[in-house]
Design a protein around this ligand. Structure first.
Ligand SMILES: [Zn+2]
Ligand SMILES: [Zn+2]
Length: 185
């Protein structure tokens, strides 16, 4: 087995980075500004498709300008490539534009963000997405032991091992074998 460090973007990652850049340019044309192009990462996990973050570096006690970062959920992106390019990228870019134009005190999905979505990026300002998150956010399986009020959370892989009687797991506290009690969505 060789492990490979990924240094180049996949074709899809490249397309999403490009969509971010194009949306920033659209906002630049609209407002007559030169906005900062955010750094793009593909390290978001869980149920969210994307996240815009603003890191405020401090130098000599002064808060400098925010450096925007957009994080995308790689698993959801690979399952919904077109929606990420057409919808998720502009949604997150609108946060970056709103932050640069209006500062950090505005509401995340407030009127400034909605205006940028509608008037600038020509998008429906919807806050939720409709992606199937089952692979990005796997179910947990709840087990109990003999400790009062204590439950244990097992991954699907461990749960399947228990069900196939290939493994059993002990509570570190009471040493009892964990018993399956149910599924948590
Ligand atoms: Zn948002
Ligand atoms: Zn226990």
């Amino acid at each position: 087995m060789t492990s490979r460090v990924q240094t180049t973007l996949t074709a899809l990652q490249y397309s999403v980075v490009e969509a971010v850049r194009v949306n920033i340019e659209t906002a630049n044309d609209y407002f007559g500004k030169t906005l900062v192009v955010p750094e793009v990462r593909f390290d978001l996990r869980g149920k969210s498709a994307g996240q815009a973050r603003f890191e405020y570096p401090r130098a000599f006690g002064l808060v400098k300008k925010a450096s925007p970062v957009i994080r995308f959920n790689r698993i959801l992106m690979e399952e919904n490539p077109q929606a990420f390019i057409n919808e998720v990228a502009p949604h997150e870019v609108a946060h970056v534009v709103a932050n640069q134009l209006f500062g950090r005190k505005i509401k995340p999905h407030g009127q400034e963000w909605k205006m940028i979505m509608r008037s600038v990026l020509k998008q429906e300002p919807s806050v939720t997405h409709r992606f199937d998150v089952s692979r990005a956010s796997p179910k947990s399986y709840i087990y109990s032991c003999e400790c009062h009020g204590l439950t244990h959370c097992l991954s699907a892989i461990r749960h399947n091992r228990v069900q196939r009687q290939q493994s059993s797991y002990l509570c570190r506290n009471c040493n009892a074998t964990l018993g399956y009690t149910g599924e948590l969505a």
